[in-house]
Design a protein around this ligand. Structure first.
Ligand code: GLP
Length: 242
């Protein structure tokens, strides 16, 4: 695991946007794994800025998102598809047919999970996966205890995750109780992984990640220790307990 220490969220985002931009310039048909949450927003804004400067094109890029809430349609303002449209897809030249997220309103979520992994295989896997981290160490929506070999699956969200994500909803009760997430097994098959971490609310998680001697399913992000090409970009506040 390669650790890049940066000053703040702005530097973290600039570094991540540069890594992603360079990967797309090297391979215009990149299969890019994307994350949601507050952390990647500025990275996406910088990629849009690059696109507006005509310094990058996403015309042939394929994207796969980590997760989606169960029960929220793509038109729901809190769905991750809407987040992606608002923060990235609607602002660049990507083809919507190339943008994939788990189907949160599938009549059979388990079939939707199987379809999602099959689709990733058909794309020949993920070239570069962007990740954030939850305060309890979750990646995607893989909560503590998730087996490291799991494929895309249905999850019950922990109370701490629902609380942390309630800021995007009118109330905590509105936060869906379930989600579909790429599994840790799916994530680990990515050829390269970029984990971005910012702010003091992530300091405990970072402290734990950097002090572990080996992978431990009680702390999902520790699965990254098993991967040969992980870059962690973390700011000073996130590293304040490391
Ligand atoms: C959500 C997402 C994760 C994300 C995490 C951290 O639970 N499913 O993919 O990494 O939140 O979010 P934030 O960046 O807002 O702290």
């Amino acid at each position: 695991m390669k650790l890049i220490c940066v000053k703040d969220a702005a530097e973290m985002s600039a570094y991540a946007a540069k890594q992603i931009g360079d990967a797309v310039r090297r391979n215009p048909k990149l299969v890019l794994g994307l994350a949601t949450g507050g952390t990647p927003k500025e990275t996406y804004r910088l990629l849009v800025e690059e696109y507006n400067k005509k310094a990058i094109s996403f015309r042939n890029v394929r994207t796969v998102n980590l997760d989606e809430y169960v029960g929220l349609s793509s038109a729901d303002p809190n769905s991750y598809r809407m987040y992606m449209k608002q923060n990235l897809f609607d602002k660049i030249d990507i083809s919507f047919d190339n943008c994939h997220l788990p189907d949160g309103i599938a009549s059979s979520p388990s079939d939707a999970c199987v379809r999602y992994d099959r689709m990733i295989n058909e794309l020949n896997g993920i070239d570069l996966q962007l990740l954030g981290i939850g305060r309890n160490g979750h990646i995607g929506f893989n909560e503590p205890g998730t087996p490291f070999d799991a494929g895309t699956h249905l999850v019950k969200l922990s109370e701490s995750t629902r609380k942390a994500n309630a800021r995007y909803f009118h109330s905590e009760e509105e936060v869906p109780k379930q989600a579909i997430t790429m599994g840790i097994g799916t994530i680990l098959k990515s050829r390269a992984i970029l984990l971005i971490v910012s702010g003091s609310s992530k300091a405990d998680a970072m402290g734990r990640l950097l002090s572990l001697n080996g992978p431990d399913p009680a702390f999902p992000a520790s699965a990254l220790l098993m991967h040969p090409d992980v870059t962690v970009i973390a700011d000073r506040e996130a590293l304040s307990k490391s």
